[in-house]
Design a protein around this ligand. Structure first.
Ligand code: NAD
Ligand code: ZN
Length: 389
């Protein structure tokens, strides 16, 4: 089916299609023919139009041990699709709808989903190991020999078709170009949301961002739109400063060039005592601690976005906390997907939110290993993979 068609000849039946399988940690993905089962109650089967690569995919691709290391698996969670068919009890989605799958659930019914205090969904958020939201380890994917394939983050977008629970799906306006929309499925929403909703950056404030990948640059974009006066980017890759300027980065610090001085000291000197807000977008405990130490005593706020894949603890000065600095982390930028993604789409369509410059590479789905290579080497911000090219 194409983007506009609203009937599927496969409805209620399995579909055979191509997917990129991760069969072993760190090894090249293999494009194989798989079977995608029809959606069950509260599920939707979608045809992926395009998908992009986020650092979290790379982290899980490399993960060799622990309960989260599972193979064979279909990775991918930043994507746009079109509804091919719906399961029973599905409200609000129909064949042909353009949809964003989102790794973060939003059931809309639990106590936390109904509260404006956070984007935690207490009904679903605690389970991030199952394949399917309501059916535990039941998988909708089988390989050529009939073996189950593991899902990833309830999305698995590195496949021509995937099955997604409605708690992980958002309808979007077909007016937004699909590649730009894919950015809202993870990186841009996470970064902009962290600046707007979690930190609530205000006009004239000072900001430091550790890691200028797509997530960090999206934080900058959010801070720029809020009128931040100084946005300091911290990255080992000097190319990121020129790129960052387009998203509002005003100053650049390269840890490799700061000699004996800690980055937090450099930032404190640049801002007469520390930034109002700091954001960690790398996933390293050392930079989380440095981000915290870079903020202003009394009022500084640190937001952790980077995912430390071994779940290691961090060390903070207890007196820094006593003296008023705060720190928190956030998934999906504190946004409630079904409520907030349409607001971001609207902001883009009104030409406020800038989504240009994030996509530096476009490849066909078959070239997926090249996309991994580019992200691992730090040569791309986002590489979009087109399913039909
Ligand atoms: P990316 O690989 O595109 O960017 C990371 C950047 O950090 C690169 O520019 C790299 O040069 C820089 N960097 C690496 N090591 C550094 C160091 N020691 N000092 C300074 N700079 C360093 O990654 P991304 O896709 O933007 O993702 C960033 C992080 O956010 C990852 O940890 C990812 O898992 C996480 N993430 C979290 C959420 C969430 O909901 N919290 C969502 C998406 C991604
Ligand atoms: Zn909920």
């Amino acid at each position: 089916m194409d983007k506009t068609s609203s009937v599927s000849i496969h409805e209620g039946k399995p579909i055979r299609c191509k997917a990129a399988l991760c069969r072993k940690a760190g090894e090249a993905l293999v494009i194989e023919e798989i079977q995608v089962d029809p959606p069950q109650a509260y599920e939707v089967r979608i045809k992926i139009l395009c998908t992009s690569l986020c650092h979290t995919d790379v982290a899980f691709w490399k993960l060799e041990w622990g309960p989260l290391a599972r193979f064979p698996r279909i990775l991918g969670h930043e994507a746009v699709g079109v509804v091919e068919s719906i399961g029973e009890l599905v409200d609000g989605f129909k064949q042909g709808d353009v949809v964003l799958p989102v790794f973060h659930p939003h059931c809309e019914e639990c106590r936390d989903c109904k509260s404006p205090k956070s984007n935690w969904c207490s009904r679903f958020c605690d389970d991030f190991v199952s394949n399917t939201r309501r059916y535990g380890m039941a998988s909708r994917f089988k390989d050529f020999s009939g073996e189950d394939i593991y899902h990833f983050f309830f999305v698995s977008s590195f496949s021509e078709y995937t099955v997604v629970d409605i708690a992980h799906l958002v309808n979007i306006s077909p007016e937004i170009p699909v590649d730009k929309a894919a950015l809202l499925s993870c990186c841009v929403s996470t970064g902009v949301g962290a600046a707007w909703k979690v930190a609530n950056v205000e006009e004239g404030s000072t900001v430091a961002i550790f890691g200028l990948g797509a997530v960090g640059l999206a934080v900058a974009e959010g801070a720029r739109l809020r009128g931040a006066a100084k946005i300091i980017g911290v990255d080992l890759n000097p190319d990121k400063f020129e790129i960052g300027k387009r998203f509002g980065i005003t100053d650049f610090v390269n840890p490799a060039l700061s000699g004996e001085k800690k980055i937090s000291q450099v930032i404190k000197e640049m801002t007469e005592g520390g930034v109002d807000y700091s954001f960690e977008c790398i996933g390293l405990t050392s930079s989380m601690e440095e981000a915290f130490n870079s903020t202003r005593t009394g009022s500084g706020k640190t937001v952790i976005l980077g995912m430390e894949k071994q779940m290691l603890p961090i060390s903070l000065g207890s007196h820094d906390l006593l003296r008023g600095r705060t720190i928190c982390g956030t998934l999906f930028g504190g946004l409630k997907p079904k409520l907030d993604i349409p607001i971001l789409v609207d902001s883009y369509l009104k030409k406020e939110l800038n989504l240009n410059g994030f996509i530096t590479h476009e490849l066909s789905f078959e070239e997926i290993n090249k996309a991994f290579d580019l992200l691992v080497k730090g040569e791309t911000i986002r590489c979009v993979l087109w399913m039909d090219k």
